[in-house]
Each structure stands twice: as structure tokens, then as C-alpha cells.
Design a protein around this ligand. Structure first.
Ligand code: EPZ
Length: 419
């Protein structure tokens, strides 16, 4: 891409990747069809659909030209397995573990390996499922789980996770829906994507209270039925485009989004100088002049999301002053720092804090994406930099963004995908 062009125009925000992934797995909990709308067309979604089909789940696109509308039906699950080949490409595959155990009484899921941004163990998922009566062993890199005799169903229990875990909460929530008795999830994640999954489960007949709070109470039911659901808008895609216009200047309108799920990011963007107007499902943002430096620390929802940290750092890199960014969720989520410095940024790291000295201008270079949000950060920096920037390994970007370069082109950016 060649930087320097202000962004102008209007784009539609897609459905949330981190809501769609657990929601696709919820289809395993019933033999009925589950109809979904606003599903984003992303690499991770395609991987999850492949995994579910391999298990025997039927997939239908009612309108072949519209991949955001699909029907899944797990009439019968022929193989309750998640093979290493798929799990190694997408950690979120762990989300089939809870539903398979609840539905089939057994599951074999490859342990997700490490990940660029951190070790990301799944010990809390396992601890919670054991508390619900699952016998779990780790064998040759696989989680082999089955409901311990003489029970045929998981047993409700009170579970307190050691830390707030998004997919841990989602796995245990799905498992609890079909358990015998009541489950209490203390220290539950409050991310909007967890709430969106819970809304679908309730439509399927689950009995869940405390949605949106850190204490979920689930009264198990014998079966769940089908439902249809519109996936919540992606707050991280929304925040990413807002950081982009704050960095390049200009004026954009984002449609089909959910401003109410992005408060912490909007507050910080306003501090940076972005002018924001919003409605129930739209945000208009305009930026003129140099961004102001804004310090922040990432934390669980509703605080500033870790998934927006890299993107906001690209904005701080050209701000008029110094800022401090502290990452409290993952132990290695600063790999974009060295790449931003190759573009002329002046960022140093002290433990889990990055000190960003704003520079007047970034200058284009070839940089390498290392993980999903780092790649978005490099695109934002490239759009603001002088000259041409090439971002390599953008398969990371495709995991979580639906046609980003097309949307940016629509907004007037000079960007193209190279074969
Ligand atoms: C979800 O990952 C998201 N992925 C991540 O988004 C997001 O960054 C993360 O939540 C934090 O918000 C999906 O929803 C598919 P965690 P998840 O369990 O659930 C530790 C993106 O960019 N932990 O909330 O895997 C863990 O190591 C991705 O879209 C344990 O120690 O994150 C981390 O330090 C990246 N043991 C912290 O908790 C466990 O059993 C939070 O992890 C579980 C987690």
C-alpha cells in the first residue's frame, strides 16, 4: 500500500468472528437445524465449518451467493473428534469440546499448540468439565474426555475459574446447558460475544440467567431445539477501522455495528482527537490534525480489549507525544513493536509495557505480520506512512478480517493484495 491518503466513505461491519466461532459449535447441542445470519466470511469460520462437517454436521447455504447466511444441522455426529491438522491452525477448535461431551458423552480434541501471542493453555476448560463429571486424560497431544460412569449426562456444579477466560466460559456454558442440575459459572467472561452465544442458547431452550454479568447460572435441560440467530457485529473490526481513520485523517461512516460494545475504545479514541457521532447501529468518525498520545492498559471486558492493543499502538506511533501501553492479558502480544519500528516508529518495551514516543512520520518499508491483530496494526501504520509499505504473511489478516483491503479501497486507500 502507499500511505498518505485520508479515508473517506462508508462501509458495512461484518459479524463478529469471536461470536460466530462458539455459535457454530452450539449447533452440536441439538439434532435440529440452527439457522445463522450475519456470519463473517473469514478463514477461521471456514476452518470451523470444515471441522464440524468432518464430525457429520450438515451445512447448507440457502443462497449460494451469500455466505453470511447458513444452516447447520447435527442430526447425528459420526465422529466426535477434532484432529490436530485443523486444531493447529485454529485454537478456537477447543470450543467443540464442551458441546461434544454434553451431546455425545465423549470427545477427542487435539490440544491446541502454543500460539504466537502466548502459551494460552486450556487448563480452566478442563478443570471446569472435570467438575461437571467428565473424566479427562491427555494422551499423545489429545484431550480424551468422557462422562465418568455411572452418569450418562454431565452434572451441574459451581465452578470458579482462576482467571477470566472467554472461550473457557463459552465451553463450560455450552456444556452446562445439557447437564443434569444447575451450574454456576463464577468469574465468567462478560465479552459481548459470550452474551451473543448465550442469547442463541436461550433461543434453543437453554435456561441461563446472569447474561452479561460475571456470574452465569444455567439450569440444565434434557435437550435443546433449533433456532435462528443474527450474529452480533464485530466490535474489533469496528475499532480497527476507527483507528485507521484516526491515523490517516478523513471521515468515515461504519454501518451495521454495535457502538454500545466498544465504549472503552471510543473513550480512548476521543482522547486521541477522533470526533465521533453514533446511533444504535452506526458510527461516524472524523479526524483532522495529529493524533494526541493516549496511554491505556488492556483488561477484560468492559475495559480496553487486548484485541485492540496493536491497532491503537499504530495510532500512538504517530501521536504528538509519548504514551504507555500495558498488556495484561497475554504474555507475548508485542510482536508488532519491532515491525512498527521498522516503519520508523520509536517504541521500547519494559516488561508488559510498551513506551511509544510519537514520531512525525512513519516511512514505508516491507514488514511481516506475526498474528491477526499485529497484521491489522501494520496495515494501519502503512496507510499513515510516507511511501510504499508491503505487509508479508497476510494470511494472519485473513483469519479475522473479511476482505479488509476491499473495504479500505472503498474508503479511498491506495492498497492492493499481491498474489
Ligand atoms: C479469546 O481467546 C479470543 N478468541 C481472543 O481473540 C482474545 O484475545 C481473548 O479471548 C481475550 O479477550 C476467541 O474468542 C476465539 P482467554 P481465549 O481464555 O478465550 C489464560 C483474536 O484476536 N488462560 O480469555 O483463548 C490465557 O493464556 C483472538 O480474535 C489460561 O491460563 O482467551 C490468557 O492469558 C486472539 N488457562 C488469559 O487467560 C485457560 O484455560 C485470557 O485468555 C484459559 C485461558
Amino acid at each position: 500500500m502507499t500511505g498518505g491518503a485520508p479515508l473517506k466513505g462508508e462501509i458495512m461491519i461484518a459479524g463478529a468472528k469471536n461470536a460466530a466461532l462458539p455459535i457454530l459449535c452450539a449447533s452440536l447441542l441439538t439434532t435440529d437445524p440452527v439457522e445463522l445470519f450475519n456470519v463473517p466470511d473469514l478463514q477461521d469460520v471456514r476452518t470451523m465449518l470444515k471441522l464440524l462437517q468432518q464430525m457429520g454436521v450438515a451445512l447448507e447455504f440457502p443462497n449460494p451467493n451469500d455466505r453470511s447466511h447458513l444452516i447447520l444441522q447435527a442430526k447425528e455426529i459420526t465422529s466426535p473428534e477434532a484432529p490436530y491438522e485443523l486444531v493447529k491452525t485454529m485454537r478456537a477448535s477447543i470450543l467443540v469440546l464442551g458441546p461434544l461431551l454434553a451431546r455425545m458423552g465423549r470427545a477427542t480434541v487435539s490440544l491446541p499448540g502454543g500460539c504466537a501471542i502466548g502459551a494460552r493453555p486450556v487448563d480452566q476448560h478442563i478443570k471446569g468439565l472435570k467438575a461437571m463429571g467428565a473424566g479427562i486424560q491427555i494422551r499423545k497431544g489429545f484431550i480424551v474426555a468422557k462422562i465418568a460412569e455411572p452418569n450418562t449426562r454431565l452434572q451441574g456444579n459451581a465452578i470458579l475459574t482462576d482467571m477470566i477466560t472467554v472461550t473457557g466460559t463459552e465451553n463450560l456454558l455450552m456444556a452446562a446447558c445439557l447437564a443434569q442440575g444447575t451450574t454456576i459459572l463464577e468469574n465468567a467472561a462478560r465479552e459481548p460475544e459470550v452474551g451473543d452465544l448465550a442469547e442463541l442458547l436461550v433461543k434453543m431452550g437453554a435456561k441461563i440467567s446472569g447474561i452479561g454479568s460475571d456470574r452465569l447460572v444455567i439450569e440444565g435441560v434434557p435437550t435443546l431445539h433449533g433456532a435462528s440467530h443474527h450474529v452480533i457485529a464485530d466490535r474489533i473490526e469496528t475499532g480497527t477501522f476507527l483507528c485507521a481513520v484516526a491515523a490517516t485523517g478523513g471521515e468515515i461512516v461504519l454501518k451495521n455495528c454495535r457502538p454500545d460494545t466498544l465504549d472503552a475504545v471510543l473513550v480512548k479514541l476521543k482522547e486521541a482527537g477522533l470526533k465521533i457521532k453514533k446511533g444504535a447501529d452506526w458510527i461516524s468518525a472524523s479526524m483532522s490534525g495529529r493524533p494526541k498520545p493516549v496511554s491505556f492498559r488492556t483488561s477484560e471486558y468492559p475495559a480496553f480489549p487486548t484485541d485492540m492493543q496493536a491497532q491503537f499502538m499504530a495510532l500512538n506511533a504517530i501521536a504528538g507525544g509519548a504514551s504507555r501501553i500495558t498488556e495484561t492479558i497475554f504474555e507475548n502480544r508485542f510482536m508488532h513493536v519491532q515491525e512498527l519500528n521498522r516503519l520508523g516508529a520509536d517504541i521500547s518495551i519494559e516488561g508488559n509495557t510498551a513506551i511509544v514516543e510519537g514520531v512525525d512520520k512513519l516511512s514505508g518499508a516491507t514488514v511481516m505480520a506475526t498474528d491477526l491483530r499485529a497484521s491489522a496494526s501494520l496495515v494501519i501504520a502503512g496507510l499513515a506512512a510516507q511511501g510504499e509499505t508491503q505487509v508479508d504473511r497476510i494470511y494472519h489478516l485473513d483469519r479475522g478480517y473479511d476482505r479488509m483491503e476491499q473495504k479500505l479501497t472503498q474508503l479511498g486507500a491506495n492498497i492492493r493484495r499481491m498474489k
